[in-house]
Design a protein around this ligand. Structure first.
Ligand code: AMP
Ligand code: MG
Length: 442
């Protein structure tokens, strides 16, 4: 499933064959190759409508009945006969009944009569118009109609939103409250959605220690695993915390094989930069799988692996936590979206650079930034200065990454840029907030 088109860009085959080319692989090419190699899940399940938020509709849902299901009063007021609706107010009518939202009226209205209607009440036969109660004065069992209401909005007509059989929600929709607005009144108590994508998150490295434990000299805490578990979490995803594996080819191979029996995607970090301690590619190959090790034209995050073990895709992210955050955002999340049945998107927004950026062309560079909006609603992206020793702080304070195109040199303040928002953006497939997908030139 890997190694599709674009072979000249392949940097290093798993079997250690010499690199075909030393050129860095454009990020967009790697993105397209990975997405093309992934297939959406087929498995579905039925879940209660109270729990469908964030899940992906597995099939088209059609209206099982008309919506609204009957002609209903849009307001508290009085129903009039057509003959009276032509009269000039003010005039008096006999009140012959009351219909609440829950009732089924049996009466039939005649000229000279009015029926009191609550909002949502089924409109009795003979009613041509509803007058809002603010325009009416009641005295005993008579009502004075002081003015007529706007005829277009007084009655919600049966089938006005959807006629029976019409499409309510399309297959592949990432469901949220807006869709429940249709599905619940149609009476769907259960919705068939795609099974959650099972994603294993695995760290590799002899130096890694679980946060909370004590560190020996030379050890560091495992940052990437909790980071990726947080980054990739979503209602349509089931994260499997697959722990850590030492830099040991056989152990790695065994863990990958075990995970492949159980998950839809394996996301690892570390062990792909080509040093003597980097065994991920060999472990994938030992397991009979195929893989490519990319040298991406990306900063941060040059090395990355994509392959399969027993048919299960493996995304090997770089070890540096900043690189894991960037590649997790721009590769792992869209990859999971693709497997979940969503369009493989990297949502981006336009912004105006608020301070100059000095750089050399060559790699697509992600720079942490704060985002502010001006009075006109334009986003301004202020790069956060990344000090040599305080890199994590800068990245952790970012609202977004600025994606500076590979070919760009220094950028002046005021230059238009594309940004990728961080935090809370979800796997959004159809949010109008997203102005474009991947217009970051790679
Ligand atoms: P590697 O490619 O395995 O050599 O990793 C590159 C750098 O990232 C090394 O300095 C590793 O110690 C560091 N690193 C790898 N995995 C993690 C992790 N899970 N948490 C924090 N740092 C890591
Ligand atoms: Mg390592």
């Amino acid at each position: 499933m890997t190694g599709a088109p674009g072979k000249p860009h392949r940097q290093q085959a798993c079997d250690g064959a010499p690199a075909v080319a030393r050129a860095l692989l454009p990020v967009r090419d790697a993105f397209d190759r990975i997405m093309a190699a992934l297939t959406p899940l087929r498995a579905v399940e039925s879940v209660p409508i109270h729990r469908v938020a964030g899940r992906v509709a597995a099939s088209d849902v059609h209206a099982s009945r008309s919506l609204p299901p009957f002609d209903a009063s849009a307001m508290d007021g009085f129903g009039l006969h057509a003959a009276d609706a032509e009269r000039r107010p003010p005039f008096w009518l006999d009140v012959v009944g009351l219909v609440r939202a829950s009732g089924t009226p049996s009466l039939k209205l005649a000229p000279g009569q009015a029926v009191r209607l609550m909002t949502g009440a089924r409109v009795p036969r003979g009613v041509a118009q509803v007058v809002m109660q603010e325009h009416c004065r009641i005295e005993g069992d008579r009502v004075e109609i002081g003015a007529l209401s706007d005829r277009r909005s007084d009655i919600r007509r049966s089938g006005e939103d959807l006629k029976e059989g019409e499409l309510a929600v399309a297959a592949g929709t990432l469901l949220d409250a807006r869709h429940i607005l249709l599905l619940a009144p149609l009476g769907y108590g259960q919705v068939v959605v795609r099974r959650r994508v099972r994603v294993a998150v695995l760290s590799t490295g002899d130096e890694l220690v679980e946060p909370g434990r004590s560190l020996a000299a030379g050890d560091i805490f495992d940052v990437n695993r909790p980071l990726l578990c947080a980054l990739l979490a979503a209602p349509c995803v089931e994260i499997i915390d697959a722990g850590r594996v030492r830099d040991d080819r056989a152990a790695l191979r065994g863990q990958l094989a075990a995970l492949a029996r159980d998950v839809d995607l394996i996301v690892t970090s570390g062990g792909v930069s080509g040093s003597a301690a980097d065994h991920l590619a060999d472990a994938v190959r030992d397991g009979g799988g195929a893989c490519d090790v990319f040298r991406l034209a990306l900063k941060p995050g040059k090395p990355m692996l994509f392959g399969t073990v027993a048919g299960v895709p493996v995304l090997g992210l770089p070890g540096s936590p900043r690189a894991a955050l960037v590649t997790g955002t721009i590769f792992a999340r869209p990859a999971i979206g693709r497997i979940a049945g969503l369009p493989p998107r990297l949502p981006t927004h336009g912004a105006i650079l608020a301070a100059p950026i000095a750089r050399r062309p060559g790699r697509l560079e992600f720079i942490p930034a704060r985002i502010r909006r001006d009075a006109a609603g334009h986003r301004h992206a202020l790069p956060i200065p990344v000090g040599a020793l305080s890199q994590l702080l800068a990245w952790s304070q970012a609202d977004a990454f600025i994606g500076v195109p590979a070919e760009a040199a220094d950028l002046p303040a005021g230059h238009p840029v594309r940004i990728v928002m961080l935090g809370g953006e979800g796997y959004g497939a159809a949010s109008p907030m997203h102005e474009a997908d991947w217009p970051l030139s790679s």
